[in-house]
Design a protein around this ligand. Structure first.
Ligand SMILES: [Zn+2]
Length: 360
């Protein structure tokens, strides 16, 4: 994806910042006596049982193509059937209560082999759905209308767009198959050890998508697999794509460890104690930034020593530089064995909220 466009999109979200990291991963213990053992890495950690299950789906690609067209500015020439599908997607989004609610239908679409399947599957959704906020939203009628619009678009899309999408997806799969999949057990072992999450032994479905709206990746909770991820395969290349896969999968690890003493939960507790609990934007954004730092470091330490973090490359760290200054150096020091996890978390929150007690 175009970097500038992504930066604009990130500006719309709330969150955080940046500090240059070492250009190579340390290969030896720090010269000074570590305050704690170095955070466990692949050398000390058996491979995790958790893996990703890479998938591609015609229906998912058609759907995200329509969502992308719905959100983009400009005048790309539309295929026959696209304006109607875009209008149906707009109506469904409005009925569900906004862009954040697509998780109500996208995991279902991912299980469909054809647009006809989508009509049947979405017809089984409840007529209405009560959101966590307590609001009740309409779901089934508008979702089925969208699926019907997809049946009318399918032929033209398959002829004019799908071959290009298939080529993009094949390239992404080939890269991930050669680079990420062979070491994913070590990467997940690092992330699980660093974040203090028990290995849930999940096979996390990750759908590769050729065209996807910003920010280029979406992950939703899903029973049985913990979650399901959708990732824009054209938006990042090389180890950036590897990091996107690991990052989205890390959201799933976070979903399934809500009752554990993980680094993310300990950070949330400290944020709350410092007056930065929900609905403060930091409560969402600071743990998310820690995920960016962790997944970027895991790729660098497991797979690509010259890897630049995704959040660095797309400008996310820079946009939220105050938060990045608090999070990234502290977590890197922890990973290098210089300070304990709790000392790193205390330092982060102390920088975000000077003068406040850091501990919960
Ligand atoms: Zn994320």
């Amino acid at each position: 994806m175009n970097r500038l466009v992504l930066i604009v999109a990130v500006t719309l979200s709330t969150a955080l910042y940046a500090q240059p990291a070492p250009t190579t991963a340390p290969t030896t213990a720090p010269a000074t006596a570590p305050a704690t053992a170095p955070a466990a890495g692949p050398a000390t950690q058996p491979a995790a049982a958790t893996t990703v299950d890479l998938r591609t789906s015609f229906v998912v690609n058609l759907h995200f193509y329509v969502r992308t067209r719905m959100e983009e500015e400009g005048s790309r020439r539309d295929l026959v059937g696209v304006p109607e599908a875009v209008e149906a997607a707009r109506k469904l989004e409005a009925a569900m209560g906004g862009r954040a609610q697509w998780g109500l239908v996208e995991p279902t679409l991912a299980r469909c082999e054809s647009t006809a399947d989508a009509v049947t599957a979405l017809a089984r959704l409840p007529e209405t759905y009560r959101l966590r906020s307590g609001a009740e939203v309409r779901l089934r009628h508008e979702a089925v209308e969208l699926a019907w619009a997809y049946t009318r678009l399918e032929g033209e899309f398959r002829k004019s767009v799908w071959p290009m999408h298939e080529a993009v997806l094949a390239q992404a799969r080939a890269h991930l198959g050669a680079e990420f999949l062979p070491v994913q057990g070590a990467c997940f072992a690092q992330v699980l050890a660093h974040l203090g999450i028990r290995d849930p032994a999940l096979k996390i479905p990750v759908y590769l998508v050729a065209e996807i709206p910003l920010p280029g990746g979406f992950t939703y909770r899903q029973r049985g697999t913990g979650g399901v991820c959708f990732i824009g395969a054209a938006g990042a290349e090389g180890s950036l794509l590897d990091e996107m896969v690991l990052h989205e999968a890390t959201h799933v690890l976070d979903f399934v460890s809500a009752d554990q003493d993980t680094a993310l939960n300990a950070l949330r507790a400290r944020l709350s104690a410092a007056g930065l609990g929900a609905p403060a934007s930091e409560y969402e954004n600071v743990p998310h930034l820690l995920m960016f730092v962790e997944s970027g470091e895991a790729i660098r330490r497991c797979l690509a020593p010259r890897h630049e973090h995704y959040a660095e490359v797309v400008g996310y760290y820079e946009l939220f530089s105050d938060h990045t200054r608090a999070i990234r150096p502290a977590w890197t020091d922890h990973l290098d064995g210089k300070i304990s996890r709790d000392a790193a978390l205390d330092r982060m929150v102390g920088m975000l909220r000077p003068g406040q007690p850091p501990g919960p």
